[in-house]
Design a protein around this ligand. Sequence first.
Ligand code: SAH
Ligand code: DHB
Ligand code: MG
Length: 223
Amino acid sequence: MDIDRWSLVDGYIADKLIGGDPALESALAANCAAGLPAIDVSPAQGKMLHLLARLQGARRILEVGTLGGYSTIWLARALSPDGQLVSLELDPGHAEIARANLERAGVGDRVDVRVGQARILLKGMVDEGAEPFDLFFIDADKESSVDYLSYSLQLSRPGSLIIVDNVVREGRIVDPASDNPMVQGIRRLYDAIETTPGLSATAIQTVGAKGWDGFLMLLVGEE
Ligand code: SAH
Ligand code: DHB
Ligand code: MG
């Protein structure tokens, strides 16, 4: 591991390809001031999520795990003005910080932060026959990943894109005997994808300011 060098490279990438962004920087400052953990996606990762949402032509985005809304801002900026992002968050304090950050970023009108257990909120959306989402970003408690995948599939259409964060965990993901519940939760996710027909998936390892981790991406309805 050489996180110092990975961070330097992340800084270089952000400097060359992303640039300063007052709304995103003030969101991170507000999160820090409120004592939120710095487990948001990095700027380079946020921009990647943004580009994927644009490639997808996403009009409806569902995020599981808002924290302070850093990834939410990146994703919401990819929506057309009539688009909508629903973001699910367990902690009311996180949701409150996120709403303020989203307002300041000028995307508050397009984002609906809902507070509660994601599992319950997702079941509610399935039960009420919510319109399918074009893109999902799953980034909450890793122990529940299989449930979040299952509900996302029920809220998807052929061609929907599902992205899952933190699927490598410094390589611990290959240890079947790991006593880490996050690792076991993500391993169950890989197993579920392996045995579900009609999904086309990959995972990409990443290093950077957030250490060594990775994203899983999955296209619904294609072999
Ligand atoms: N997507 C954010 C980071 C999310 S961190 C970003 O990149 O900026 C994970 C978030 O999931 C935390 O805010 C945590 O409170 C929330 N969370 C944890 N368990 C949850 C649950 N059961 N339901 C909904 N949200 C949950
Ligand atoms: C951690 C990192 C994340 O990106 C996340 O969504 C949850 C937890 C972590 O490092 O603990
Ligand atoms: Mg994450």
